[in-house]
Design a protein around this ligand. Structure first.
Ligand SMILES: *Cc1c(COP(=O)(O)O)cnc(C)c1O
Length: 464
């Protein structure tokens, strides 16, 4: 080992990981706000709603997504309670299966789908079609037809072609389609910041500044089978501040007022989108639904008052903020190694039995996660670790930087919180790895809600 001066070494990032990462006094302890309500440690073993991670791994195998059902339901309910006069549409693309659709229905929320497949899941769950919204920038004729046939509550129009398709389909099927028009407010929200630009360089929605939005409104009003309910604006995901919303809401409400005053058309509804951030690591400080409601409802009320228009019926579309924190992924460790870093520090690589096939977000967005040893207590000092998957990509990272006990070894279980949104729904079969199971735990009972894929499942598609 190289000798070094402790003072110089401790100033370097390689030793401590990124600046936000804390070396915990006790790496066995959970950081409570990163975990679902029902999760705790009992004698070092991670436990959810009374069921231990060791038992879950024994019964269902690993990797497995473990959902705290009561936590999922409580988060859904908390948006309903914070926005009592609004419709809350759960964004199904975050995580959808029959069980999740039923929880959403039972908690009184509506559901957004953005493909024929998501619509099929909702219908299989007997989700009331009138409470379903259909999104998508390139909905096929077949998807639109199905949505009209089953009578979805609203279709969010995203292109001029879609207006033509809906005009023809509503005539053919002799139905009226309630629709919203998705507009781009020229505001792009990022974590901790937002960018407000005059151009709208993205695939979704009709540009307000370019005049497309007003043009779309005219064409929809001109289509006999379409009933325009209002405008829709979604500015991004994993947002922590309401500043971006304020600018977006002002721009979209200005268009809303213009339509009402100049075209003489009452628009009863207004959709503010979703994108509310959650805590993946200690660096994230999300707002509660109550905080969001206070901020957003005031912005809308103030803008409407300033423009002299009635406050429309609002809807919001949280996905991640409901599904994300409810779930952790349980992995088993297979191999470990230590790598020397510049300055004499070291990083421990801990390989688990999943990876980018069950969580693509680190590779796709550079997303950060945290992690804990789930199967036992450890007295070993914490060391800077990187949890990686089993795939043939060096970017196959599960948790880029975390302090884990230095004795983590093959056979240990690790749990990664905050994996309920955009993990199973973005899962792939890369390297022909079957997709992981999803297990819901409630009141001491664990129930399989999406079974693990098998090699036979993969082979059924391979027709030689
Ligand atoms: C993805 C999406 C959402 C949900 O975003 P979250 O970050 O999961 O809250 C809401 N509305 C629309 C239109 C979306 O595309």
């Amino acid at each position: 080992m190289r000798s070094h001066e402790a003072g110089a070494l401790h100033g370097q990032a390689g030793d401590r990981g990124p600046a936000w990462l804390r070396n915990p006094e006790d790496p066995n302890r959970l950081v409570p706000h990163l975990w679902a309500d029902g999760v705790s440690k009992v004698d070092g073993v991670l436990t959810v709603a009374g069921v231990s991670a060791v038992d879950l791994a024994a019964e269902f195998g690993t990797p497995t997504y473990v959902v705290d059902e009561d936590d999922f339901r409580r988060r859904a309910r908390s948006f309903k309670e914070a926005f009592p006069d609004a419709d809350v549409y759960y964004a199904g693309k975050a995580f959808l299966c029959v069980a999740a659709a039923r929880w959403i229905a039972e908690e009184g929320l509506n559901l957004d789908v953005c493909s024929g497949g998501e619509l099929a899941v909702a219908l299989k769950a007997d989700f009331p079609p009138a409470r379903i919204g259909l999104h998508g920038n390139n909905k096929s004729l077949a998807e639109l037809r199905r949505a009209l046939e089953v009578g979805v509550g609203r279709i969010i129009i995203d292109s001029f072609e879609e207006i033509d398709r809906l005009r023809e389909l509503t005539a053919e099927l002799d139905v009226t389609a309630p629709v919203m028009i998705r507009v781009t407010a020229g505001v792009e929200a990022h974590t901790h910041e937002y960018i407000s630009t005059s151009h709208e360089d993205q695939k979704f929605g009709f540009s307000i500044t370019g005049g497309d939005a007003l043009d779309a409104v005219r064409r929809v009003l001109d289509a006999p089978g379409l009933e325009l309910r209002g405008l829709h604006s979604h500015i991004g995901s994993q947002i922590f501040v309401t500043d971006g919303f304020e600018v977006a809401a002002r721009r979209v409400l200005r268009l809303h007022a213009e339509i009402e005053k100049e075209l003489g058309v009452a628009l009863p509804e207004f959709d503010l989108g979703g994108g509310f951030g959650i805590a993946y690591t200690t660096q994230d400080t999300p707002s509660t639904p109550d905080d969001l409601a206070r901020g957003m409802l005031k912005i809308v009320a103030d803008e409407c008052a300033a423009m002299g228009i009635a406050v429309p019926h609002l809807s919001i579309e949280p996905g991640r903020a409901i599904a994300g924190p409810s779930t952790f992924t349980l992995y088993e460790v297979g191999t470990t190694k230590s790598v020397a870093l510049d300055g004499g520090a070291a990083r421990r690589y801990v390989s688990v039995d999943g990876g980018m096939s069950d969580n693509i977000r680190p590779a796709l967005y550079g997303a950060d996660y945290s992690c804990t040893l789930a199967s036992r207590v450890s007295d070993a000092p914490a060391v800077l670790s990187r949890v990686v998957g089993k795939h043939c990509e060096s970017g196959d990272i599960v948790v880029k930087d975390e302090f884990l006990p230095g004795d983590v070894a093959a056979g240990d279980l690790l749990a990664v919180p905050g994996t309920g949104a955009y993990c199973r729904s973005l899962a792939s079969n890369y390297n022909h790895v079957p997709r992981a199971a999803v297990v819901a735990v409630r009141d001491g009972e664990a129930r399989l809600i999406l079974r693990r894929e098998t090699e036979d499942d993969l082979m059924t598609l391979d027709v030689g």
